[in-house]
Write a protein that binds this ligand. Sequence first.
Ligand SMILES: Cc1cc2nc3c(=O)[nH]c(=O)nc-3n(C[C@H](O)[C@H](O)[C@H](O)COP(=O)(O)OP(=O)(O)OC[C@H]3O[C@@H](n4cnc5c(N)ncnc54)[C@H](O)[C@@H]3O)c2cc1C
Length: 386
Amino acid sequence: MNVAVVGASSSGLYTSILLKRKHPDWGVFVFDRNTRPGRKLCATGNGHCNVLNRDLSANYFNNVPFMETMVEKYPYSRLEETLHSWGILTFSMGSLVYPLTYSATAYTTFLYNYAMSLGVVFQFSENVDSYEADKQITLYTETGKRKFDKVIFATGGKSQKSLGSDGSMFDVFEQHGYHTTSLFPGLCPIKVSERVKPLSGLRHKAKVSAYANGNLIYEETGEVLFKADGLSGIAIFNAQRVISRLSGAPKVTIFLDLFPDYSVADLNKLFEIARKANPGMFLDAIMEKPWKQYLFGSFEIVDESELSSLAKRLKNLSFHYAGSYGFEFSQVTLGGVPLSDLDEHFAGKKEKNVIFVGETLDIDGKCGGYNLSWCLMSALQVVEGL
Ligand SMILES: Cc1cc2nc3c(=O)[nH]c(=O)nc-3n(C[C@H](O)[C@H](O)[C@H](O)COP(=O)(O)OP(=O)(O)OC[C@H]3O[C@@H](n4cnc5c(N)ncnc54)[C@H](O)[C@@H]3O)c2cc1C
């Protein structure tokens, strides 16, 4: 049996290792258009690779009913055990799990070298343009055509195309009758209508609350990064992922509570103490200088009425959503090949020897190791069926 895996990043590496461990006598050939494996994997977790999350719940993914069955079958312990059985050591920071090397590059290199040691054959700089499905599957690349018994597409979505996946394969899948769902950028910074340029570069802990037409749709506390025309940070990414899926273009407002651990009354008391102690400098003890310009339009003079409402304002800053930063800045693509076109092991209902894994499928998770968890879960599910 000869199997081709198209895509040598997270899910392609996981799948090829699992496959070769299960069937050492099968030929497993991995193709990638990039010149080296796992370019996106190397960029994960700010270069540290947040590989899993101990708090694995279906609620952190789209398609919750389907993910409930997957999480029951592949709970965190099973995913961790799988990596451990390959010799990969991990550690956790809170619920976030990283490789012990704390290096996405070292993790990628480990997977690649381990796959090669098992006998997986890699071919880089090989772009798969199309395929034909008959008794065998013919892959067409720029250098010619190759026949395989099965093909597994681990070609990702269309986020950050400089790292390899540009979404072009979805056109090919559509030509074969797959009903690719609409694609949206997920987990990315957002643009806001307000003029936040003075805050550009600042970071602040905040409770982020996103409302659509007045209804709360997402809430999370985390560090918010201010950009020249928008907001970023994990809580914002997660809110954006929810906003992206809203239909009917509702009016979306993001509220930031910059002091979620204090009530307005507590903050007022604290401000009063600081003001009495040092009237000329108390604002500098509360916030970085650019905030003064943003809130009061000036660095210096602040009148009494503005000061009395300061605590309330800092706990309820509102920003109007004006779009996302797009696929080029998104960590994951929302949408993909729908599960309804596939059997339980993600093989085409009409093309039994064409299989899909990872981000190519219409499953995505929030920030925190959930998308790489999905890559591993889906690879386990694919290989179970082979
Ligand atoms: C900056 C960044 C940080 C992230 N951090 C995390 C994190 O810490 N934790 C987490 O869980 N998730 C994280 N993610 C998300 C995670 O990286 C992805 O969900 C995951 O890599 C998807 O894996 P994949 O193998 O399915 O697809 P991809 O990683 O996109 O890989 C697809 C591969 O297929 C190749 N390919 C595509 N089309 C073709 C073709 N026609 N011919 C040949 N080759 C082709 C591409 O070159 C690519 O190598 C992050 C994403 C980004 C962008």
